[in-house]
Design a protein around this ligand. Sequence first.
Ligand code: ZN
Length: 486
Amino acid sequence: MAKNNKKMVDAITSMDEDFAKWYTDICMKAELVSYTSVKGCMVIRPYGYAIWENIQRILDGRFKELGHENVCMPMFIPESLLQKEKDHVEGFAPEVAWVTHGGSEKLEDRLCVRPTSETLFCEHYSNIVHSYRDLPKLYNQWVSVVRWEKTTRPFLRSREFLWQEGHTIHETAEEAIEETERMLNCYADFCEHDLAMPVVKGRKTESDKFAGAEATYAIEALMHDGKALQAGTSHYFGDGFARAFDIQFTGRDNKLAYPHQTSWGVTTRLIGAVIMTHGDDNGLVLPPAVAPVQVVIVPIAQHKEGVLDEAQKIYDKLKACGVRVKLDDSNNSPGWKFAEYEMKGIPVRVEIGPKDIENGQCIVATRYNGEKITVSLENMLETLKDTVIEMLEKTIPEGMYKKAAENRENKTYRCKTMDEIKAALEEKGDGFVKAMWCGDEACEDKVKEITGVGSRCIPFDQEEIDDVCVCCGKPAKKMVLWGKAY
Ligand code: ZN
C-alpha cells in the first residue's frame, strides 16, 4: 500500500517544473475530466460535475435573489437571424459550427449551433415586449454553447462548454447599466466569497469588448503561474440590439422607444480557475463552498475495536449538520487514503485511531495549509462539530483567499516604462502589470507587441502610477491592468 501511495504522488508533475502538465495531471488524476473521440470536447466526470453543480446551485440562488428567472432557448440559430446585428455576426462567425442538413435533406437556411444566445433572446423579446409594463425582463439560462476553438484545454477552452447566460431588457439605459454592474459585482462576490479567489473588477478596452456591446465589464483573476484568467463578463448593449431586431415598446409618454439590454456569463472555466488559483503539488485544493465532499473521515487501524464505531458517530454528527462528509472504511491503507483525498482537494480530513479514542480526541487536518490540530471528542462531539463548521465556513475560505491574494500581490508589478515592464516580467516571472495608458489603441497594441502583456481591463479601483502613458509619454487617462491571458 505504501508503494501505491508513492506511485500516486509520483504521477503528478510539479507545478514549478511544468505548470501546463501539472494542470492536466490534476484534471486527470483528480478524475475531473476525460478525453473523448469528439475532438476538442471533454467528458466532465462525476467529481468535476459535482463541483459545477455546486457553482451552479450557489449562483442560481444569487441570481434568483436578484429577481432573475430561468428560461431555455433553442440550441440552433438560423443564419438569417444571426446576420441581423452586424458586429455580433462578425465577431462570432469565425468560430461557429453549422448544421447544413436535417437527415438527408439540405437546409435552405442553415442553422448555427449557438455560440451565445443574444439573437434568440432578441427575437423573443420582440414578440413579448410591447409596453413599458412588460419591462424589465430578467432572464437567465443554464446551457451549453459551441465555439469552434482551434486549441483546447480542459475547462479553459473547449469546443462545447457549459455556462449560464443572463439576458435582461430594460426601459432605460440607466437601469441596464445598473444591471450590468450589479451582475459583475455578483460574480466578483461569488468568486471572492465562495471560491476564495481574489478578482479585479474593471472595464474592457474598446478593442477587447464583446461583439455588439457598448461596454464590457470583466473580472480578472491571477493564476499561480502568473497568467491572467477572465473569470466572468457582463455586457451593456445600449439599444443597439433592439434597433437591429426592431424591439420597440410604448413608453410612459405613450411614444415608441427602444429598450436597453445586457448579458452576462460565467462558464465551467471557473473550475480551471479554482485549480490554478489554489492547487499545489499534492493535487487539487477546493474551497469548501464548492467541494463535493467537504470532510473525509479516515479511520486508523480500523480493525481495532471501537474505531469504526467512533468514526461512524463523527460521520453521523457532521452529516446531521448538513456537512458533505465521507467516511472511507475501505481496505486501502491510511497513507493511500491521505494521498487520494489530498489529490481530490477535500478541505478537511478527520483522522481517528485507537490512541485518539483512548485520549478522547481526533486529529483534524486542513488541506490548503497542511495544518493539523487535535480536537476533543467530548460533549457529544459538539466541540468537533463547531470546530469543523467554523473551519468550513470561515477559517479555510478566509485563509485560502489570503494566500491567493498574497500570491497575486507578489506578482503585481507597478511600472512606469516599457523597460520596467520587461525587466519585472523577466526577473519575477509572469504576473499582473499595472501601468498608465493614454487611451490610444495603437499604444495598447504596442505594449503587447513589445512586452508580451495585453490589456486585461481598466480596473474600477484606479491607482496613479504615473501621469503619462507607459508607451507614448502623452498624458495618461487610465491605469490599465495588463497580463498574459489564458
Ligand atoms: Zn500612449
